[in-house]
Design a protein around this ligand. Structure first.
Ligand code: AMP
Ligand code: MG
Length: 476
């Protein structure tokens, strides 16, 4: 099948052409009864699609991967990874396909990628499918993250396929079309490095530099500069997660991007009451990926990235280790400075407030929030509105003395986040055929800093009986 002529979509295949060793030509499985559940029209337009064309049969064919432009070369990407600390030499896209690259309105290259498009040679025991609920979940949370200004892959559409996925019960299958500045991960580098192919590794690193960090090509040591760039991007990213109370849930090295975008919204969730030990994922029994562990896990993952790059950093292994170690030591100060800058904005502190003062105020606040088990998100909005609970009075007196900009606080502290009980409510209705709660929640999450009349309930923490046993699931 070929694409209808009323669109000018050109799917490039730079990744497949430059890195054939980790790009496996593959086709999406047929979708017997495709039904478009949600389409991101704004993103579609940014990518040069005509949204009404995408809603038609040829467009939907593209969104499930069964009707591609004649010269498209869909591939399953190979990668390895450390999952919960354990090395897995071959993971790869078991149920996903890179359809190709698109140039967006700004001329930036973006991957168009499918999840749930059928088994590939990387599927191992998996069925290659994804269910409607988890794909709508990724759509909702990734779009919420984008609206919060946090680097992330985007969601273009979810199409129900008419296939049935056997899980604990039978579920309706779906394909998510997502868009990323690339799908290169730490695990991509680990896969190639483990194969011992230095030439392929260099090509992969050059490809990553070309796509994400072109300035690194000009550095004395471009591969060390690549490492530094990824460290900086991840330090910034994880600080943004921490500032909004986001818990990724499965920070395996195959789920950490080179671009610094958040990827793979499986068991992720937002924290309600502030507690660094918060974990929602059903499989994270040891709390490895708990809220408060995320900065140190990121450092651990980046150390795995650095190891993969050693052969490129310097021919002398000891020298390479020395250089990489110095680079990794930059994560902590970069993370702390991004966190503090974010906290200063959340608290409305102006430039005249010294870092030491702001830092002390933040540390004391975090201690109070934890001790009082306060709802993290609404605390800052209420603070801007002058609503202060008794245990915070003394702290608030110090804060007020710094003349905080409360209007500025309202521009950076969200009213709406994808609260677990709201996401569950929307997904339960959607899987029963009612997309209305999903759509309503999506509207609120798409402009998270503006209060919407009639959506007050969406700004409130979960009812008392909800949070305690809430769990999220992986790979569903
Ligand atoms: P994730 O937890 O989604 O990052 O996935 C980890 C690995 O498992 C990746 O290699 C996925 O492609 C693979 N995987 C997850 N679910 C499935 C499935 N239903 N069928 C095939 N592969 C899967
Ligand atoms: Mg993954």
């Amino acid at each position: 099948m070929t694409i209808a002529p009323d669109t000018t979509v050109v799917l490039g295949h730079r990744f497949a052409a430059e890195l054939p060793e980790i790009a496996l030509r593959w086709q999406a499985e047929a979708a017997p009864d495709p039904r478009l559940l949600v389409l991101n029209e704004t993103l579609a337009a940014e990518l040069g699609f005509n949204p009404s064309w995408l809603r038609g049969p040829d467009g939907i064919g593209l969104l499930v991967g069964t009707a591609l432009p004649a010269d498209a070369e869909p591939v399953a990407q190979g990668y390895a990874g450390h999952q919960f600390g354990g090395w897995v030499p071959r993971l790869g896209d078991g149920r996903a396909l890179l359809l190709g690259e698109l140039a967006d309105a700004d001329g930036r290259l973006r991957d168009l990628h499918l999840k749930g498009s059928g088994r590939t040679p990387f599927a191992r025991g998996g069925d290659g499918l994804a269910a409607v609920g988890p794909m709508l979940r990724e759509y909702l949370v990734s779009e919420a993250m984008h609206a919060l200004g946090i680097p992330t892959t985007r969601s273009l559409s979810v199409v129900a396929t008419g296939r049935i996925a056997q899980r604990e019960t039978q579920l309706h299958g779906a394909v998510l079309a997502r868009v990323a500045s690339s799908h290169l991960r730490v695990g991509s580098f680990q896969y190639v490095a483990a194969a011992g192919e230095l030439e392929v590794l260099r090509r992969l690193a050059d490809h990553a530099i070309g796509r994400h960090y072109p300035d690194a090509a000009e550095a004395d040591n471009p591969y060390l500069a690549l490492l530094d760039s990824v460290i900086a991007a991840q330090a910034h990213l994880v600080a943004q997660w921490m500032l909004v109370g986001f818990i990724h849930g499965v920070m395996n090295t195959d789920n950490m991007t080179i671009s610094g975008e958040t990827i793979d919204y499986g068991p992720c969730a937002f924290m309600d009451a502030f507690d660094p030990k918060t974990v929602f994922s059903s499989i994270d029994s040891w709390g490895r990926y708990a809220y408060g562990n995320q900065p140190s896990v990121a450092t651990w993952n980046l150390a795995r990235f650095a190891e993969a790059l050693l052969g490129l950093i310097d021919e002398d292994q000891d020298r390479a280790v020395e250089l990489a170690t110095e680079s990794l030591q930059q994560f902590a100060p970069q993370y702390s400075s991004a966190w503090l800058a974010g906290m200063r904005r959340k608290l409305g502190l102006g430039d005249e407030v010294e870092d030491a003062t702001a830092g002390q105020l933040t540390d004391d606040l975090v201690e109070l929030l934890e001790g009082e088990h306060v709802d993290y998100t609404s605390f800052f909005r209420r603070l801007a509105d002058g609503v202060i609970e008794p245990p915070f009075e003394a702290w608030a007196t110090r804060w007020r003395a710094l003349s905080p900009d409360v209007d500025g606080m309202r521009r950076v502290n969200p009213v709406y986040i994808p609260r677990n009980h709201l996401v569950e409510e929307a997904l339960t209705a959607a899987t029963e055929g009612d997309l209305e709660p999903f759509t309503r929640l999506l509207v609120a999450l798409s402009s998270p800093y503006d209060e919407h009349a009639g959506l007050e309930r969406y700004a409130e923490p979960a009812p008392e009986d909800f949070g305690r046993c809430f769990q999220t699931f992986c790979g569903t």
